[in-house]
Design a protein around this ligand. Structure first.
Ligand code: ADP
Length: 274
């Protein structure tokens, strides 16, 4: 009875591993293509804020006897610096997703730490816009995965929530354990009260370089890669990311990932004698 129960649990994991490996080959090629496009794109995108910063600093020097102008230029310098930071962050995310293999580099990762890190990453933008970020239900939960990649994924969702929301709104991050046939899942939902996403765009936002409003997204340093990274990370961890949204009212992005306890148990059963 027990052997049967074990093989019934391992079989789906086994086929999932094979699927992931097959998927990984095409994924590797896809990621390589993304990287090439991205480097071309980002070199161009980096020039804009750097050029602007250079011009603005000259303007500040010329306007040293006009405090009002100095303040105005400094404000614009801050916007360009934020954009630069966000582009560099996206480079870091991409290299994390590219360089580690979640099948090999996985470990139990504390959800409260992931959430704290994601909040930290958007703290500056949130405080400028007086957006409150609030997390709940995270304590005691662990997901199974690659820490850097998971941080990149959640960091992107929180960053988007803050970027695509008006001032003085709230961003909520709620975590919980959800029972599932193949082992418990951890669900992390990021909810904003922002501009929302139309039904027409809802599936497309996960495509690389897709942006609903390129002008707006460029102003926040977006390249349209964030959600494609989130989707890739979710899939390569045996999880998923879904979106619910109501235009003009807000969005909820939900990340579902294998719970650390259930995966580790199945792994041990799967590799006897190792
Ligand atoms: P970007 O770098 O442009 O933010 P993403 O891949 O992260 O790229 O997102 C793709 C597009 O999806 C964004 O340009 C934006 O139009 C839309 N989007 C993402 N998150 C949200 C959100 N929380 N609310 C509204 N729109 C969003």
């Amino acid at each position: 009875g027990e052997a049967l129960a074990v093989s019934a649990r391992v079989a789906p994991l086994g086929s999932r591993l094979v699927l992931l490996l097959v998927e990984d080959l095409t994924e590797a090629r896809r990621i390589e293509a993304v990287r090439r496009d991205f480097v071309a794109n980002v070199s161009h995108e980096l020039k804009t804020p750097v050029g602007a910063l250079s011009l603005l600093s000259e303007a500040v020097m010329d306007a040293s006897d006009d405090p009002e102008a100095v303040t105005r230029f400094a404000g614009r310098m801050q916007i360009e610096a934020t954009r630069l930071t966000s582009l560099v962050q996206e480079l870091i995310d991409l290299s994390r997703v590219q360089n580690d293999d979640p099948l090999e580099d996985s470990e139990p990762v504390r959800v409260d730490e992931l959430v704290a890190e994601a909040i930290d990453r958007s703290r500056h933008t949130a405080s400028t816009k007086q957006i409150t970020m609030q997390a709940g239900g995270t304590s005691g939960l662990h997901v199974w995965g690659n820490r850097g990649q998971l941080a990149a994924a959640l960091g992107n969702l929180v960053e988007n929530a803050v970027n695509y929301s008006p001032a003085r709104t709230k961003v909520g991050i709620a975590a919980r354990r959800v029972p599932a046939p193949g082992g418990d899942l951890i669900e992390i939902a990021v909810t904003d009260q922002g501009i929302g996403i139309s039904e027409r765009d809802r599936d497309r936002v996960f495509e690389r370089f897709y942006r609903v409003d390129p002008a707006r997204s460029r102003a926040t340093g977006g390249t349209g890669l964030g959600l494609s990274i989130v989707k890739h990370v979710a899939a390569s961890h045996g999880g998923e990311v879904t979106v619910w949204s109501s235009e003009g009212q807000g969005s909820t992005f939900t990340l579902r990932l294998p719970e650390a306890g259930s995966v580790r148990e199945a792994r041990v059963e799967h590799t006897p004698g190792r």
